[in-house]
Structure formats: structure tokens, C-alpha cells
Design a protein around this ligand. Structure first.
Ligand code: ARG
Length: 378
């Protein structure tokens, strides 16, 4: 793109973070060009270790002020804010007694937030699973939710609850309310108006519990840890069906972690947590067909082959990737008439014990065990 020197306007900006491994640079530069602008690189300072940040200075050039303003606004998630990095040196960092959030990652005793299903129902259809389903049996849903809660607690987790709210049936799916890392919570801005009413409740809970909350601007959709999962020291983040790729810059800024962006195209696997599930010991359950070739290659390049447990379409359709991991226990949905013997065997062969729960009522809404939880310690 060319801009005439006489009328063009420009503004210097700076990008800081794990710019190259998270593809931030190419996403930011694509954003400039797609909005009718151009850029001139001024300086590049590349981080020389995995943890070091890179810094890039550039001028954004646009044909007029309005275009420039639009571009700068769209670049907001990529623009330098000094990223917060939580590094644990030696033992757990000691904070004041006012701290209400769990500190430090504890795989054996993770902290998990759930929200009771008092007002759960399928009242609208925003994913294919919700179309034409039989009504939810509320009493059965309450029993199934409690079975899951007990299974997670018995496996060693510390439990937290978010109070249910009448008129917000999908609030039970706490996975979506935020992405959490250290004391940072990047809260949801839902794609569908039907769920946007949940946003203030999630934000309030994280504020009340001492988190630094990042709420996203109106044009950036993001569906919490349903679309952003930490595997080892990096975040695998889904976009397109529900979350926007523009959210990934905010995740990187909040966590200081590299973000690997995975495009989701299958309407049945609309969140990354229904096709990708990190487990203790850097294992992974995943459904390769939910990803495009590029997404698959990103996962294969990062997660060693002996750590990846791939599942079939039939298994994925039973939400086996939507599992809760507590230490060496893996908890997922299993209908009595459809035993998941093969996957259980794969997990047991790697030293996991499997606990299954029947989540039939939640499957009607397109969610299962993991969707009903969000992990608070990292
Ligand atoms: N009915 C909900 C929706 O379509 C289900 C959310 C499932 N959550 C998840 N993390 N996959 O948004």
C-alpha cells in the first residue's frame, strides 16, 4: 500500500512482549494493512532467551486522521504495556493476608471455581448442540453437577463457587468467565448477546477476590479459559468461532506468556476446551480434526508425540477432551451406554486414574465437565 507523503499522517508506537513466538508482530502488521495503513520499522530489539521480551518500534502511517485513529485503536491489544511476569523464585511468594486468590500453581491441589445450576436450562441455541434438544431435567442437572463437584473435590481440588443468577442459564459454564494467570484475570466479552449479561458477574467475582481484572474493549470478543488453556509455559488459544484473535494480545500482556493462536472452524468444536485438554505432567488429550492443518502443526511442534493422546470423532463427540485434570486424576463425561474404554486405557497406561460422571443434561447446552470449571491457580 502506498500513501502520498503530502497528506499522510503518522504515529510512533511500540510493541513489547513475546512478539515472535506468539506471532504478535505479523498479526499487528496485518491489522495495519487491512485497515488501509502502512508502517515504517524504526527499531527491533529481539529477546535473546525464551523468557526475554522483544521490543519493536514502528511508525504507523495512514492517509488521514480517522484511518490512523482506527488503526491505533485496533492495535491496542498489541501495543506496549510492560507485561507482568510471575516468576516463582524458590518457595511460594508471600503476600499479605488480604490476598483472596490462590497463589502458585499446584497441580495436585488445583483451585477450581464452579457455579451451581439453579437456573440452568437451554433457553436459546448458540451452538449446534443446543438445537432441537429435549428440555433440561433440572433436578438431574443438579445431581450431575454435584457429582462432578464431589469428584473434583475428592480428587484433591480446593473448591470456590460463583453464585448462580436467574436469567443467565449458561453462567454454570464458568470456564468462559475468565482466563486466569497469577493475579491477572482477563474476563469474558461474549460473542453472543445471550451470554453478555454474565460479564459483570464474572468481573465482580474476580475483583472481589483480589485479581487485577482486564475487561476487553467492545470490539474484542473473548470467552475466557474456554478458549485459552495453559499447557506447560504457554497458552493455546482458540479464535474465530467465539473469541477474536485480537484478544490474544491482551492475554499475552496480562500473563507474559507466549500465546499460540489456533483457528477453530468446526461449529461443534467452537471452544478450544472441547478439543484440547492439558493434563498433569505435560500430557494432552486432543481431537486433531477440530483444527486446521496449521493449528495441528503448531500443536505437534510444541507438544511431544509421546505426550499427546489423540481421540476419535466419536470420542470427541462425547466431550472426552472436555476433562477436568486434578493431579493424576482425569474426570470426564461418560454415558453408561457408551463406555469410553479405549481412552480410559490410554490414560491408565500413562499412570492416570479416570473418574467418569454422566453430564447428559449439560451436553444439551454444548458443554461438559471442564466447561463447568475454571482453574484459579497458575
Ligand atoms: N451453551 C454454552 C455456549 O454455547 C456452552 C459453553 C460451553 N463452555 C465451554 N467452555 N466450552 O456458550
Amino acid at each position: 500500500m502506498t500513501t502520498t507523503a503530502s497528506t499522510a499522517v503518522r504515529k510512533p508506537i511500540e510493541l513489547t512482549g513475546h512478539l515472535f513466538d506468539s506471532l504478535t508482530v505479523s498479526k499487528a502488521l496485518d491489522t495495519i494493512e487491512s485497515l488501509g495503513g502502512d508502517f515504517e520499522l524504526k527499531a527491533i530489539d529481539i529477546g535473546h532467551s525464551k523468557k526475554a521480551f522483544s521490543n519493536l518500534k514502528l511508525d504507523v502511517i495512514a492517509p488521514d486522521e480517522i484511518t490512523l485513529r482506527n488503526i491505533i485503536e485496533a492495535l491496542e491489544p498489541y501495543v506496549a504495556k510492560v507485561p507482568v511476569v510471575f516468576e516463582q523464585v524458590g518457595s511460594v511468594e508471600v503476600k499479605t493476608s488480604q490476598t483472596k486468590y490462590p497463589l502458585g500453581k499446584d497441580d495436585a491441589h488445583p483451585s477450581i471455581l464452579m457455579s451451581p445450576p439453579d437456573y440452568f436450562e437451554v433457553a436459546y441455541a448458540i451452538n449446534p448442540w443446543m438445537q432441537g434438544v429435549a428440555p433440561v431435567d433440572v433436578e438431574l442437572a443438579k445431581k450431575q453437577w454435584q457429582d462432578l463437584y464431589n469428584a473434583i473435590e475428592n480428587a484433591g481440588a480446593k473448591m470456590y463457587t460463583l453464585p448462580p443468577v436467574k436469567g443467565l442459564p449458561d453462567l454454570v459454564f464458568t470456564a468462559n468467565c475468565a482466563f486466569v494467570y497469577g493475579d491477572q484475570a482477563v474476563t469474558a466479552h461474549y460473542r453472543h448477546a445471550e451470554r453478555q449479561g454474565e460479564e459483570p458477574y464474572g468481573q465482580q467475582w474476580f475483583k472481589d477476590h483480589g485479581y487485577q481484572v482486564t475487561a476487553l474493549p467492545d470490539h474484542v470478543h473473548f470467552e475466557g479459559s474456554g478458549d485459552a488453556l495453559i499447557w506447560k509455559d504457554r497458552v493455546f488459544s482458540g479464535y474465530k468461532m467465539r473469541s477474536d484473535i485480537a484478544a490474544h494480545g491482551f492475554l499475552s500482556n496480562a500473563s507474559g506468556l507466549p500465546i499460540l493462536s489456533l483457528e477453530l472452524n468446526d461449529p461443534k468444536f467452537y471452544h478450544v476446551d472441547v478439543c484440547f485438554c492439558p493434563l498433569t505432567g505435560d500430557y494432552l488429550i486432543w481431537y486433531p480434526e477440530a483444527f486446521d492443518e496449521y493449528g495441528r502443526s503448531v500443536i505437534e511442534a510444541n507438544v511431544p508425540a509421546d505426550k499427546r493422546i489423540a481421540v476419535t470423532t466419536d470420542e470427541a463427540n462425547q466431550f472426552v477432551c472436555n476433562a477436568v485434570s486434578v493431579g493424576k486424576t482425569v474426570i470426564f463425561n461418560e454415558a453408561p451406554e457408551k463406555p469410553l474404554t479405549r481412552v480410559k486405557g490410554e490414560l491408565e497406561a500413562r499412570g492416570f486414574s479416570v473418574v467418569t460422571v454422566n453430564m447428559s443434561e449439560f451436553l444439551k447446552a454444548g458443554g461438559s465437565a471442564k466447561c463447568l470449571t475454571v482453574r484459579l491457580d497458575h
